[in-house]
Design a binder for this molecule. Structure first.
Ligand code: MOS
Length: 758
């Protein structure tokens, strides 16, 4: 079972927005953006640019017919800067020309007059200046204040984690054309077709039914196209609407890197208290989220940080506060894990620090405090079918942890400069959008008279294989071969008012809706079959391998004949079905509820080797036992887990986003921003946890998109442990990514002190 897009990807047949055939009169757009991170926009002079041959139009804020507003959660984001600019890369004008080259040349001729204002790039500085996106939120369980005195060991410190560039292979883009009656159709590279539709309608002052958004597939997204695909879709729509021509807008890689937001960097404080035998009693954390200049999805990302602040551990007394700080950086946004990884890195740092103080291995504390059945999370939900401890135990046995430890010890004993380190990384990730209302999806299924089936859902295929899973659902309900099922584009006219494909929930939500819609048709078909067999009752009828069966034995009626008969009898062969995750709720006034349908669990063991002379290192292996539920498709799920692990490793180790104090992105190309490649890739082994059936997921599976990313956090601590083998007793700053440069600085700062201790 493979993702059915794979052959097309390899041969280059798969179409992305920029591959769509040019149509008569097609124009190309390029975006003029701010080179200043904060300032008053005093004037925009487009006269020189307009003189260039081939330029068809230039649009600024004043050309917008509706509202200049695309904010998804909070209306604080202009499509085009009006009086002020808030970050380097903020769009100011759209240039449309008869070629991409001319459009870009004209952008360079636009003169923008900006009076510079003070730039803030640091979240703590923004906090001090009162620059908050939303009021801070606090999750509480038990009472930390009363219980610190019960703790034998208290460790305090701070932890920093960096941003991360999505680096989807397909850059942001959209293609729009005018349609009859004053509307527009937009082909967008978005995870959220409804968001593009809604924002376009608002900006163009149209009703939503005049805006159609269509998505074939994305060349990757990783959260970067959940909210941030919207601007480009709307801009293409605006230009097409104003000029009454088809307009394509594709961001070149460097502009994409400069103009779009990334994973949120966090700066956090922690305090953890334990008993002498390693039981965690109290945990407090304060998270300063670097939101960038506007809200984007930051409040939702912030919330997921709080939901994951204790990772896979039970802590009876918790107080965690999260603060979304407004800075003059591009608006940071969704990125696989959505704030969860940032929260989990902090408690892992706290545990590491406590272990150092206690002179024990962090894994002793980790293991002792894993969640058990019925344990309460700080948000009030209790674990059900908790697989935290079982994945840890399976990992210890499967990967022979005692042998690994012995080998590493022997290696470190015999090697002076190279040192090895091991770390465990258990994970627990909540599945559902934390905003309960977003957990909805729908499906529209048509069976055509030749017996072939088309399925439309709200799910966007972005390489994660959701279309294949949806085909499997339909094929299985109807008992048809997969080649009879086609998933269609994600389209706002066919599937309305839905949530983005995000939060790892695309297959669950849309798969369930598909299951329902197919069952409705199947029930009608069984009734038709009963009539064909002169039976009153359809309950003993099944379709098995494209044949109608009565009490399990084959009749002469095949699928195609059944469909034709149903059509002759005027029975509908189409169905639309809506799914909303049952049983979830959350009360924000109390910060308590049951926000997640279920949790995803797993444990990884990570090994690394550090060259302590040069600071360079190799992540040797990541060995995980992961709870996939009952996997629908092992190769897709394994691919998702491997990809997520690689992204997690990159975030923690070599991917470093750097802005200078003027808010300019210095790492705006692949020469300065390093992502894992084949040489970096460790030995990755993933074992599927046995006997895990998840009644709350589609076909008893579990969501897989995001959770394994967090195994990458273990790489940080594996590297750190290797350094510790070289310089025992050294003090660490918890600062990710732990680039080779930082490894070297860690080893050789305060060198005098360490030489004496060594
Ligand atoms: Mo995802 S980070 O929920 O788009």
């Amino acid at each position: 079972m493979k993702n059915y897009d794979i052959n097309k990807h390899v041969t280059g047949e798969s179409q992305f927005v920029d591959d769509l055939l040019s149509i008569e009169g097609m124009l190309y757009a390029s975006v003029c953006y701010s080179q200043v991170a904060h300032g008053e926009l005093l004037g925009i002079d487009i006269n020189e640019a307009l003189k260039i041959e081939g330029v068809k139009g230039i649009f600024t804020a004043k050309d917008i017919p509706g509202l200049n507003q695309i904010g998804g959660i909070i209306p604080d984001e202009e499509l085009l800067a009006h009086n002020k600019v808030h970050f380097q890369g903020e769009p100011i004008a759209i240039v449309v020309a008869d070629s991409q080259l001319v459009a870009r040349e004209a952008v360079r001729k636009i003169k923008v007059d900006i009076k510079k204002l003070k730039v803030i790039t640091d979240p703590r500085e923004a906090y001090k200046a009162g620059e908050l996106i939303v009021p801070p939120r606090t999750f509480k369980l038990g009472d930390t204040e009363k219980n610190w005195k019960k703790c034998d060991v208290i460790a305090e410190g701070s932890a920093e984690s960096g941003g991360q560039e999505h680096l989807y292979l397909e850059t942001q883009g959209a293609f729009a054309y005018p349609v009859e009656g004053g509307g527009v159709k937009i082909i967008s590279s978005t995870q959220s077709p409804t968001a593009v539709q809604r924002a376009t309608a608002r900006v163009l002052n149209l009703s939503m039914h005049k805006v159609e958004v269509d998505v074939l597939r994305l060349g990757g997204a990783f959260g970067g196209k959940e909210d941030q695909a919207t601007a480009w879709g709307v801009m293409a729509g605006l230009a097409a609407f104003k000029l009454n021509k088809p307009v394509k807008l594709i961001l070149p890689r460097q502009e994409d890197m400069r103009m779009t937001g990334k994973r949120h960097p966090y700066s956090s404080d922690f305090k953890i208290g334990l008993t002498n035998d390693g039981k965690i009693i109290c945990y407090e954390a304060t998270f300063y989220q670097n939101a960038g200049a506007v809200a984007d999805l930051s409040p939702a990302v912030l919330e997921r940080t709080l939901f994951h602040c204790t990772n896979s551990y039970f802590v009876p007394n918790v107080k965690a506060t999260a603060i979304s700080c407004r800075t003059n950086l591009p608006p940071n946004t969704a990125f696989r894990g959505f704030g969860g990884p940032q929260g989990m890195f902090v408690i892992e740092s706290a545990i590491y620090k406590a272990a150092q103080q206690m002179g024990i291995d962090p894994s002793e504390i980790q293991k002792k405090n894993l969640l058990d059945e019925g344990d309460e999370f700080p948000y009030g939900q209790k674990t059900e079918n908790c697989h935290s401890r079982i994945t840890w135990q399976r990992a210890e046995i499967k990967y022979a942890i005692e042998d690994i430890r012995k080998k590493v010890e022997a290696f470190n004993h015999s090697s002076d400069i190279y040192k090895k380190g091991i770390a465990f990384m258990p994970i627990c990730f909540g599945i559902s959008f934390t905003n309960t209302m977003m957990n909805q999806a729908s499906a529209l299924v048509h069976v055509y008279t030749d017996g072939s089936v088309s399925v439309s859902t709200a799910a966007v295929e972005m390489g994660q294989g959701v279309n294949e899973k949806i085909r499997m659902v339909a094929a299985s309900i109807f008992s048809l071969s997969l080649d009879k099922i086609k998933t269609d584009t994600t389209n706002t006219t066919r599937i309305a008012n839905t949530s983005p494909t995000a939060a790892s929930s695309g297959a669950d939500l849309n798969g369930k809706a598909t299951e329902q819609a197919c069952n409705e048709i199947l029930n009608r078909l069984k009734q038709v079959a009963a009539e064909m067999l002169n039976l009153n009752d359809s309950s003993k009828i099944d379709i098995i391998d494209e044949i109608v069966c009565l009490q399990g034995s084959k009749t002469k009626i095949a699928w195609n004949e059944l469909i034709k008969t149903a059509n002759m009898k005027r029975v509908s062969l189409s169905s639309q079905s809506f799914y909303a995750t049952p049983g979830i709720h959350f009360d924000k006034t109390k910060e308590k509820g049951k926000p997640f349908a279920y949790h995803s669990y797993g444990t990884a063991i990570i090994e690394a080797t550090v060259d302590c002379l040069r600071g360079i290192y190799k992540i040797d292996s990541v060995k995980a036992v992961h709870d996939f539920g009952k996997s629908m498709n092992i190769s897709i799920d394994k691919g998702q887990a491997e990809g997520a692990i690689m992204q997690g490793l990159g975030w923690m180790t070599i991917e470093e986003i750097i802005y200078n104090e003027d808010g300019k992105l210095l790492t705006d190309a692949l020469s300065t921003y390093k992502v894992p490649d084949i040489h970096f890739t460790p030995n990755v082994q993933i074992e599927f946890l046995e006997n895990s059936e998840n009644p709350l997921g589609v076909f008893k599976s579990k969501a897989i998109g995001e959770p394994p990313l967090m195994y990458g956090i273990g790489a940080y601590f594996a590297v750190t442990n290797a350094i510790k083998a070289f310089r025992p007793g050294m003090e660490f700053k918890f600062s990710a990514p732990i680039t080779p440069e930082k490894v070297l600085l860690n080893i050789y700062s305060n060198i005098k002190k360490s030489v004496t201790s060594a």
